[in-house]
Design a protein around this ligand. Structure first.
Ligand SMILES: Nc1ncnc2c1ncn2[C@@H]1O[C@H](COP(=O)(O)OP(=O)(O)OP(=O)(O)O)[C@@H](O)[C@H]1O
Length: 246
């Protein structure tokens, strides 16, 4: 995926300013930067979540498999199947664990046998199967926060996406649950391209291959995570990583 000269506006506010960067296949790319710098806006633009906001508009392009995802003719429902998203707060449906997976599949599949298989496969991929296999009919809300977040990841994986967008997926979780989700992300990148917004610098350093540092809507620096964290090109990146501002 290539983001080319992308600007995103909310009314007159240019929240993302002419950003260009690649999103590399089967790698984890982290968006970091202080609050309000445009990380979530950039992430949400990739699967057109910002279409739901009346005052949001875009300029530039996001090329994916030769198609501009910002083209008005794109079917956003199909796009979101290809490019799934998981949010900060775990948000499973108030339904049984199993239904959380099958609900989305109903829109795309007809075969019920396949559905049971997909429930198991998705929950296994999300490293949740062993914990829930005997209680698939229990409410998703009976799960812990960390389990709920892994269920949301399983729900997104059930649609067989190619790309997974994660918006601060561990910020509402305790350290043990966060560690499980981090391990899961490292495992999932074998099969998926992952983009994560995180405020947690240690997390970005641990799990991402590439890092984008944003400040005030600008992409200040993009590169290998190891380079960004040890020897960034830009003073602002270094100052941010050293905690000189937040
Ligand atoms: N729905 C919206 N309507 C209007 N302005 C918005 C909306 N969402 C975000 N913005 C503005 O866009 C800018 C970037 O916000 P965004 O949420 O993308 O930043 P962020 O880096 O993800 O912040 P945080 O780390 O606090 O989540 C901010 O000035 C914010 O006020």
């Amino acid at each position: 995926m290539e983001i080319n000269n992308l600007s995103v506006y909310y009314g007159d506010n240019e929240a993302v300013k002419q950003v260009s960067m690649p999103i590399k296949e089967n790698k984890v790319t982290a968006f970091i930067g202080p609050s309000g710098c445009g990380k979530s806006t950039l992430l949400r633009t990739i699967n057109r979540m910002n279409d739901q906001i009346d005052i949001a508009r875009y300029k530039g392009e996001i090329m994916y498999d030769g198609v501009n995802l910002l083209d008005k003719k794109i079917d956003v429902v199909s796009l979101r199947k290809e490019i799934g998203m998981v949010f900060q707060e775990p948000n499973p449906f108030p339904k049984p664990i199993k239904t959380n997976i099958t609900h989305a599949l109903k829109f795309y599949r007809t075969n019920k046998k396949d559905m049971n298989e997909m429930v198991e496969t998705s929950l296994k991929q999300a490293a949740l199967w062993e914990e829930v296999k005997d209680r698939l009919d229990s409410s998703a809300h009976s799960l812990s926060g960390g389990q709920q977040q892994r269920l949301c990841i399983a729900r997104a994986l059930a649609l067989k996406p190619q790309v997974l967008l994660l918006d601060e997926p561990t910020s509402a979780l305790d350290p043990i649950s966060s560690a499980k989700v981090e391990d899961l992300i490292i495992e999932l990148k074998k099969y998926y391209t992952i983009v994560i917004v995180t405020h947690n610098m240690e997390q970005a350093a641990r799990i991402s291959d590439y890092t984008s540092f944003m400040y005030n809507g600008d992409l200040i620096e993009y590169g290998d995570t190891s380079k960004i964290f040890t020897n960034p090109n830009e003073q602002r990146t270094e100052d941010y990583l050293r905690g000189k501002f937040s």
